[in-house]
Design a protein around this ligand. Structure first.
Ligand code: PLP
Length: 436
């Protein structure tokens, strides 16, 4: 592939609209994770398949995919048809609907741990519900989370998600680091932070017998793609069972993306509870808590409260059913083939150009980090990558019509076919050339 010689894309309309919109919307964006984008947060008019179309008239190959949900690509016909049909019957009932039962049945069929489930509206909320169940079921308070893992933006979990290394304390005893100003300092009560992928430390801590739950991504995807060490997940499962601690897999990214059964099916390790979001409904605001029936039934007879006006909203449920029914083995095989082509193509380009970079993860969601000699084994390794050079790279890519997250994650959809991947690789080649 050769780099295109065409002029870099321009984003003046987006710059202008973000500036204008900032008089109404704080920062011109509705999530802090959409700020500080180089060269500017973008404003989009429409999306189709692997493409986004912005207000400057640019067509961009999209690897953000809405921050992960769009595994079917943008605007898949089956999903828009299902939602349009549901719209004719009503938007919100404040009660139950046949479509939510169908969606729940599919989740329980696909997900190994899902004997029972509940829908929620965001991954952050689903994680809160899971923590509440773990504490109620055990009568214990302590939840263990891991450095570099993100479980939503609420006070009691937004700790040590991306701590600066000089404030993070010793590697084997991380000092909890608050992720936001305005966060209650005492919200760390009942939460402890450990390094991930270190089985011995976790075993020692669980042996005290006072830990309600352990929450983790079974394979790190949010901060960067880091695989569990061989035997780690099995060891965690065993230690939690022995200690009477509830094991929670946060599958908000991995669920329905690594495969129809998520990370737990991929690794063959079944948690007590799991949370889902993103790919469950290909862009509609749906999340879920699933797991052991005795735990989920604590919402019914155990005095545990779980609410949400928009939980199982019928349009979103129609989207969920349409999405889950589209998750065929052929879909994953297609993503596997094209994602592998992209990962390997990028590795070859970086090697030829002498760019020190690692490409890790899975064809469905992978991560690129600059400046590392070997794939990161934990958050601290990853935090040493050259983020500045990587942002220069994604900026150069954007000017060549490819939109990739600045934090290194690349999400694939079934619509990213061979020709889209090859166009992406041509842009990568050009962007790499510009870095030197
Ligand atoms: N858990 C993980 C692993 C995530 O990646 C995210 C979001 O990126 C969340 C939880 C929170 O989900 P939401 O943004 O839907 O609240």
């Amino acid at each position: 592939a050769t780099a295109e010689a065409s002029a870099p894309l321009r984003f003046e309309r987006s710059v202008e609209e973000i500036r204008r919109n900032s008089q109404w919307i704080a920062g011109g964006v509705n999530s802090n994770f959409r700020m500080n984008i180089s060269p500017t947060p973008l404003v989009f008019e429409k999306a189709e398949g692997p493409y986004l179309f912005d207000v400057d008239g640019n067509r961009l190959i999209d690897y953000y995919l809405g921050m992960g949900p769009m595994i079917l690509g943008h605007n898949p016909q089956a999903l828009t048809d299902a939602v349009t049909e549901q719209m004719k019957h009503g938007i919100l009932f404040g009660g139950q609907s046949p479509v939510e039962a169908e969606a729940a049945r599919l989740v329980c069929e696909l997900v190994p741990c899902a004997e029972r489930m509940r829908f929620a509206s965001s991954g952050s909320e689903a994680d809160q519900a899971a923590l509440r169940l773990a504490r109620a079921a055990t009568g214990r308070e302590v939840i263990i989370k891991f450095e570099g893992h993100y479980h939503g933006w609420f006070d009691n979990v937004l700790w040590s998600t991306a701590p600066p290394l000089d404030a993070a304390g010793p590697a084997d005893q991380p000092v909890p680091f608050a992720g936001s100003k305005g966060q209650l300092p005492q919200s760390i009560a009942g939460l402890e932070v450990l390094p991930w992928n270190n089985l011995e430390l976790l075993q020692q801590r669980l042996a005290k017998g006072d830990v309600a739950g352990v929450i983790m991504e079974a394979t790190m995807c949010n901060a960067g793609a880091i695989h569990p060490a061989p035997g780690y997940l099995e060891g965690v499962r065993e230690a939690c069972t022995r200690a009477g601690t509830i094991l929670i897999f946060d599958e908000v990214i991995t669920g329905f993306r690594l495969g129809a059964g998520g990370a737990q099916a991929h690794f063959g390790v079944t948690p007590d509870l799991a949370t889902f979001g993103k790919a469950i409904a290909n862009g509609f605001p749906v999340a879920a808590i699933a797991g052991r029936a005795d735990l989920l039934d604590m919402f019914v007879t155990g005095g545990v409260v779980h609410g949400g006006t928009y939980n199982s909203q019928p349009l979103s449920m129609a989207a969920t059913v349409a999405s889950l029914k589209s998750l065929t083995p052929e879909l994953y095989a297609t993503i596997d083939r094209n994602g592998t082509r992209l990962m390997e193509g990028m590795r070859a380009i970086f090697a030829r150009a002498g760019v020190k970079a690692v490409v890790t993860g899975y064809p469905q969601i992978f991560h690129v980090a600059f400046g590392l000699d070997a794939p990161a084994k934990d958050y601290r390794d990853l935090a040493r990558s050259d983020k500045k050079a990587y942002v220069a790279f994604t900026t150069a890519l954007l000017q060549r019509g490819v939109r990739a997250l600045e934090r290194g994650a690349w999400f694939m959809s079934v619509t990213h076919d061979e020709s889209v991947v090859d166009a992406t690789l041509a842009a990568v080649e050009g962007a790499v050339g510009e870095l030197k």
